[in-house]
Design a protein around this ligand. Structure first.
Ligand code: F6P
Length: 319
């Protein structure tokens, strides 16, 4: 292979730039030309593709977001859209594509492979919801952003002796809520993977109150519902003053942590190596700190498993 391309797709994630940089530079190391596809699959269909030099990825490892831009494309889900994408890749003489994104982006990559075009995926999403990898690029940075925000909210929660309900992202996965809740010492963590009824939440609040606690932090994963509905229910049941914070897109931005720069660099380089080894239709992952590659079919057929031992631990530590 002499020409490869890389794109970022779906929600941006800190560390995507590190992965792009690694892909461009690892390709150059092998004497292969890398192309950047701008605006995800939208840009792939329209031919928004440019050669990337070593210098074009200088000064980006520390930057959040993605220099290639990202998009969620409905048109690419159609047969005609996928056909146009393959035609564009062939027009540029590109022989393999690296897709940095989440599961939806990987399903798109699979469609290209089905049409005879080699693709490799790099899991890039703050949600950490991709099966067959312990971590996704962007999760660690988002986690740190959330913990920093909760620490700040805790200051005011303590000062005013209030109950705060904080809603965090994660789509259908509770990883961000769970890890942030444990790391920030939340009283309750409400996640989609583990049913928790209101009685249990109230009992934990009352237990804290009985031992003199006058403020509480409750983390709600967006996948279980809105923080405001939990706040209303708590106020109704207890008469306590509550406040709601929805952290929103602040969780997706910011300079990547060292862990995400490392992960993006390792995975981006591995994706190039896999394509040059003749592999296709696979996803790069990390398991027990070792870079692995897994068949897309295998990865996408599985359901993401949240580590429930972390949930149990959090419950025992916030009694
Ligand atoms: O997948 C990343 C993510 O930030 C999810 O946590 C969230 O549900 C979703 O994207 C938000 O998407 P958008 O930025 O399109 O509103």
């Amino acid at each position: 292979m002499q020409k490869l391309a890389v794109l970022t797709s779906g929600g941006d994630a800190p560390g995507m730039n590190a992965a792009v940089r690694a892909a461009v530079r690892r390709a150059a190391y092998h004497g292969v030309q890398m192309y950047g596809v701008y605006h995800g699959y939208e840009g792939l269909m329209s031919g928004d593709i440019q050669e990337m030099s070593l210098g074009s990825v200088g000064d980006i490892i520390q930057r959040g977001g993605t220099i290639l831009y990202s998009a969620r494309s409905e048109e690419f889900k159609t047969e005609a859209g996928q056909q146009r994408a393959v035609e564009q890749l062939r027009k540029f003489g590109i022989e393999g594509l690296i897709v940095i994104g989440g599961d939806g982006s990987f399903r798109g990559a699979q469609k290209l492979t089905e049409k005879g075009f080699p693709t490799i995926g790099v899991p890039g999403t703050i949600d950490n919801d991709i099966p067959c990898t312990d971590f996704t690029v962007g999760f660690d940075t988002a986690l740190n952003t959330i913990v920093e925000a909760i620490d700040k909210i805790r200051d005011t929660a303590t000062s005013h002796e209030r109950t705060y309900i904080i809603e965090v992202m994660g789509r259908d996965a509770g990883d961000l809520a769970l890890w942030a809740g444990l790391a920030a010492g939340a009283e309750s963590i409400i996640i989609p993977e583990e049913a928790q009824d209101m009685e249990d939440i109230l009992e934990r609040l009352h237990a804290g109150q009985r031992r003199g606690k006058k403020h509480s932090i409750i983390i709600v994963a967006e996948g279980v519902g809105s923080a405001s509905s939990y706040a209303d229910a708590i106020t109704k049941a207890t008469g306590w003053e509550t406040r709601v914070t929805v952290l929103g897109h602040i969780q997706r931005g910011g300079s990547p942590t060292a862990m995400d720069r490392m992960l993006g660099s390792r995975m981006g380089a591995a994706a190039v190596d896999l394509l040059l080894e003749g592999k296709r239709d696979r996803m790069v992952g990390i398991q027990n700190n070792q870079i692995v590659d897994v068949d897309f079919n295998e990865a996408l057929a599985k359901k993401h498993q949240l580590d429930l031992s972390v949930y149990q631990l959090a419950r025992t530590l916030s009694i």
